[in-house]
Design a protein around this ligand. Structure first.
Ligand SMILES: *Cc1c(COP(=O)(O)O)cnc(C)c1O
Length: 375
């Protein structure tokens, strides 16, 4: 006898961890619309709108702006495999988990990663970066994480890019958690290659990675001596499908319904306006901070460079990390994030991202933590 399998109905949750964040019902609704062929003219029109909306969100005129059909980690990989060739040197700034992943990507391209290390929970130090730039005159690029989700630190993307440009380096930015949550200006800050994700401040379903490449980055890709090691992520091949004009050809089958969802999420962001969205994240962060400090929880990251969308607080002495998080999940359906790496067991990470960044969630989280911690 074959087992009987039931339809999967997910439990009701409020997602206030480091991502995925709660998906707006309008976006879930868009996801369920009938699938089109990936070369259907109506779908191609939607792809063009997605590119325009991404240019708005990234603040760029870059022609090469589109979503990679895979999660943020694939966007990260696409940037490194397209820009780097064996023997290149890249300065990688690390002050958390995701800078370490950049290092691994650089090394897997056969390139050398020159690391600028800073303490987790602190910003990348511009003086250390300048020392590394002076000591590495043949560096091709500077890579860093704008919003370090593992700690809740905002790195000063504008200043890091300005410094890198003074030393003629390309700039590579991880904006997975920053896009839609805090100010980001791809053209204004001279960012050459950037990748993001859909499941953080865009409040879309996971599994897509918006990327954008400057004209200078495109020139670097076009003048490569070796083939991009990844067939799937080779931007010149991807552009045969995502490029401008009528000559679109099959490269891979686009995740059609997920792209309906991304279009809807970007449309919602465009309607709200970037500055209103950033202000909302800031105001909700302040409301959460007031609530959490009232019950004695302390923020780890300095206010001057704290991310509003990722709030890292110390776990009080004598409190059982795993027990509190499982009580929140089982009794309140509330997910908050644990500490990563060296911060495991020491901190909680509370996300206020996109659709989930609202007063109702702030109050729900503060009230749930208040009663669980009172036991
Ligand atoms: C979540 C995240 C990633 C990875 O994105 P996935 O969609 O999980 O692959 C990369 N960088 C940062 C800063 C992130 O927060």
């Amino acid at each position: 006898m074959l087992a009987q399998f039931q339809t999967f109905i997910p439990p009701v949750r409020t997602l206030m961890g480091p991502g995925p964040s709660d998906v707006d019902p309008r976006i879930l609704n868009a996801l369920s619309r009938p699938t089109l062929g990936h070369l259907d003219p109506a779908f191609i029109q939607l792809m063009d709108e997605i590119k325009q909306l991404l240019q708005y969100a990234f603040k760029t005129d870059n022609q090469l702006t589109m979503p990679i059909s895979a999660p943020g980690s694939a966007g990260m990989e696409s940037v490194f495999v397209n820009l780097l060739e064996p023997g290149d040197k890249v300065i990688v700034c690390q002050n958390g988990v995701f800078g370490g992943r950049m290092q691994q990507n650089v090394e897997r391209c056969g390139a050398t990663a020159v690391m600028v290390q800073d303490t987790w929970g602190k910003q990348t130090d511009l003086n250390k970066l300048e020392d590394a730039l002076k000591a590495t005159p043949d560096a091709k690029a500077v890579a860093f994480v704008h919003a370090e989700t593992s700690t809740g630190v905002r790195n000063d993307a504008k200043a890091i890019c300005a410094l890198a440009k003074r030393y003629d380096c390309l700039t590579i930015v991880d904006a997975v958690t920053s896009l839609g949550g805090i100010e980001l200006d791809v053209d204004g800050w001279q960012i050459d290659a950037i990748y993001s994700g859909t499941q953080k401040c865009l409040s879309c379903v996971p599994g897509l990675s918006p990327v954008s490449f400057s004209q200078e980055a495109v020139e670097v890709i076009k003048s490569r001596k070796s083939k991009v090691q990844s067939w799937f992520l080779d931007m010149e091949l991807v552009m045969g499908y995502w490029g401008q004009g009528g000559k679109r050809a099959y490269h891979h089958t686009a995740p059609v319904n997920s792209l309906y969802a991304l279009h809807e999420s970007l449309r919602i962001l465009h309607n709200e306006g970037l500055s209103s969205a950033f202000l909302r994240h800031q105001e909700m962060h302040v409301a959460l901070k007031v609530g959490l400090e009232k019950i004695g929880l302390e923020f780890v990251v300095d206010q001057a460079y704290r991310l509003p969308q990722l709030n890292m607080v110390s776990i009080p002495q004598g409190v059982d990390d795993a027990q509190v998080r499982s009580q929140l999940l089982n009794e309140y359906g509330l997910e908050i994030g644990a500490g990563l790496g060296e911060l495991a067991g020491k901190v909680w990470r509370i996300g206020l991202m996109g659709y989930g960044c609202n007063k109702k969630n702030v109050d729900y989280c503060v009230n749930a933590l208040t009663s669980v911690l009172a036991r």
